[in-house]
Ligand binder design. Structure first.
Ligand SMILES: O=C(O)[C@H](O)[C@@H](O)[C@H](O)[C@H](O)COP(=O)(O)O
Ligand code: SF4
Length: 607
């Protein structure tokens, strides 16, 4: 099928992003050109530098010293705490073997931290979650600062890890880079059953033992959790930006195909370095069109709201300016083609089986809804990503095939006959600021709500009020002082069970916050990432109980009927200490707004 020409809105937004980024992108590419000249040949390091660099290289020492082939730097976010990252502990040794197969070498350049938002959800650690992204970017920079590498393999999956790895690697964009995913765990109990037991527990009708048994039925083995949250939205975006081997996103750990995809990634990385004849530096792969493709994929698949913060941050690391107006305009043109939990019943394994990313890329290209001409890490261009990988009968040879029509019309539909004519995320704004609304996860009849509000400074206070029966009515729950400068902009996903119970009891409820929600949050209408945040005088700080608030995702409204002009802002709670939060004061103090990516690191760097 011949692809339609690029959609006018996507073309217009892309041209505006290019225009808004002209100076910053030029400065970035100029720096990358200078880096390329400066680091073109690692043998220019001193003998002492070099001796230190390969002293630990064992059987690769001679090869690295001879510098006859590319030396690949592996930046790994392995740890046992994230089920998604646990498979990475074997990757480096295998990648060294695969590198040797093509005359290259590989070394672990360094490791980065990785937080599991599932473990820290509702706990003090969640206040470090967003800033762990920039910590990962800084750790990636430290790893690559050895200047010994001709290519970068990035091993990371989860929420803040992929954005952090990419932001760090982009500052070494004179090198090629590729993401090497590990894949989702097998499907456990249904998400509906998981939520049912959670709501029973929230109502005091299930025991802790019953809740734990249910949760372990959902999260049970190595691999990425199978809801379509931020981690799996990361995998989708890496496909949409051409930073994976095509179709690598959702193949399960331990499968023969997974191993062949990781082997192919190692071989490909060795082939696209500066010394080869197909040089593909990261700085050229991640351009304005790739950023727009990532946003299109997010909207078309109903991806995580967290990427309304991470896409602007990743873009800035490449000298590109992308904001919520761009995202909102794209959302008006990009149809919703996938319904993966929490936006539907099935999980990412069902999504992959129904046609997965190959189907999504194919239908978006057919309808002219994505840039077909991005420079991908894989040869064959972005078209290659409209196909799904498999292994030949010998089990060793990778093959790609057309995914064909959707295998489940309740999960995946063509862009010509979508679930919704517009994308899964909307911008709402008005007298309470600008905020993100995940329309893909909320029934359309709940897109508009007007009700009195109850104002809280912590999610714990909300759950206590719920337990006391104070919220059993039409109510808009406001949780403020949750922005990046206040307490690190945590996810407030522990509100979901209580708000879900209220909604199921028939009340009109919604959440308004300057904090975040999980990519796995859904069902209850929420205006999140409110900017400007409450700390420092944002409008949420002036709200009082019983003020009437109106949210309308259809018209893009977020307002109150109260006159805030003469009110003084409420006093913010003092910053918490413990769990190391005091060490992150510099990240809070320097953070810019959620719409800019909430990054002190980028703001202080003038990016
Ligand atoms: O953005 C995300 O996708 C979330 O941060 C996710 O990584 C987090 O772990 C959720 O808390 C999981 O969902 P449950 O808490 O419902 O298991
Ligand atoms: S998807 Fe979320 S909960 Fe699952 S391992 Fe990754 S960070 Fe943890």
């Amino acid at each position: 099928m011949t692809n339609k020409p690029l959609n006018d809105t996507i073309h217009r937004v892309t041209q505006r992003v290019i225009a808004n980024s002209r100076d910053s992108r030029a400065a970035y590419l100029d720096l990358m050109d200078r880096e390329s000249e400066r680091q073109v040949d690692r043998t220019s390091l001193s003998c002492s530098n070099l001796a230190h660099a390969f002293a630990g290289a064992e059987e690769d020492q001679t090869a690295i010293m001879a510098a006859k082939g590319p030396n690949l730097g592996i930046v790994t976010a392995y740890n046992d705490m994230l089920s998604a990252h646990q498979p990475y502990h074997r990757y480096p040794e295998r990648m060294k073997i695969w590198a040797r197969e093509v005359g290259a070498t590989a070394q672990v350049a360094g490791g980065t931290p990785a937080m599991c938002d599932g473990v820290t959800q509702g706990e003090a650690g969640m206040e470090l979650s967003l800033f762990s992204r920039d910590t990962i970017a800084l750790s990636t920079t430290v790893a690559l600062s050895h200047a010994m590498y001709d290519g970068v393999a990035l091993l990371g999956i989860c929420d803040k890890i992929v954005p952090g790895l990419l932001m760090g690697a982009l500052r070494f964009g004179h090198l090629p880079a590729i993401f090497v995913p590990s894949g989702p765990m097998g499907t456990g109990i249904s998400n509906k059953e998981k939520q049912r037991v959670r709501q029973l527990y929230a109502e005091g009708k299930a025991t802790r033992e019953e809740l734990l048994a249910s949760e372990m039925g959902s999260y049970h083995s190595p691999g990425t959790c199978t809801f379509y949250g931020t981690a799996n939205s990361n995998q989708m975006m890496m496909e949409m930006m051409g930073l994976h081997v095509p179709g690598a996103a959702f193949v399960q750990p331990g499968a023969k195909l997974r191993q062949q995809l990781s082997r192919a990634a190692t071989h490909r990385l060795a082939a696209i370095g500066q010394a080869g004849d197909d040089f593909r530096p990261l700085s050229r792969v991640v351009d304005e069109r790739a950023i727009v493709n990532a946003a299109v994929g997010l909207l078309a698949t109903g991806g995580s709201t967290n990427h309304a913060i991470h896409i602007p941050a990743m873009a800035r690391a490449a000298g590109i300016r992308f904001d919520w107006t761009d995202l909102s305009e794209l959302s008006s043109a990009v149809p919703l083609v996938a319904r993966v939990y929490p936006n539907g019943a099935g999980d990412v394994n069902h999504f992959h089986e129904a046609g997965g990313m190959g189907f999504v890329v194919g239908t978006l290209l057919e309808e002219g809804l994505a840039h077909a001409d991005i420079l991908t890490v894989w040869d064959g261009g972005f078209e290659s990503y409209s196909r799904e990988p498999g292994v030949d009968s010998d089990g060793d040879t990778l093959v790609w095939r057309d995914p064909g029509p959707s295998g489940d019309n309740d999960m995946l539909r063509p862009a010509s006959a979508p679930f919704q004519a517009d994308g899964g995320m909307r911008l709402v704004e008005g007298t309470l600021g600008r905020a993100c609304f995940k329309s893909s996860a909320v029934e359309r009849e709940r897109w508009t709500i007007e009700a009195p509000c109850r104002v809280f400074d912590t999610q714990r206070a909300v759950n206590e009020a719920f337990t006391r029966g104070e919220l059993d009515r039409d109510v808009i729950v406001v949780v403020r002082f949750q922005g990046p400068r206040a307490n690190g902009m945590p996810e407030l996903h522990k509100l979901t069970p209580a708000l879900g119970v209220l909604q199921d009891r028939g009340y009109r409820v919604a959440l308004v916050t300057d904090g975040r929600m999980s990519g796995a949050s859904g069902k209850v209408p929420a205006a999140i990432h409110c900017t400007p945040e409450a700390l420092g005088g944002g409008p949420l700080a002036k709200l009082r109980d019983e003020d009437v608030i109106r949210i309308c995702a259809a018209t893009g409204e977020l307002s109150t009927t109260a006159d805030l002009s003469s009110r003084e802002p409420a006093e913010a709670p003092p910053p918490e200490t413990g769990m190391g939060r005091e060490l992150f004061a510099m990240f809070r103090a320097g953070a810019d707004g959620a719409e800019q990516g909430a990054s002190a690191m980028l703001a202080m760097a003038g990016l």
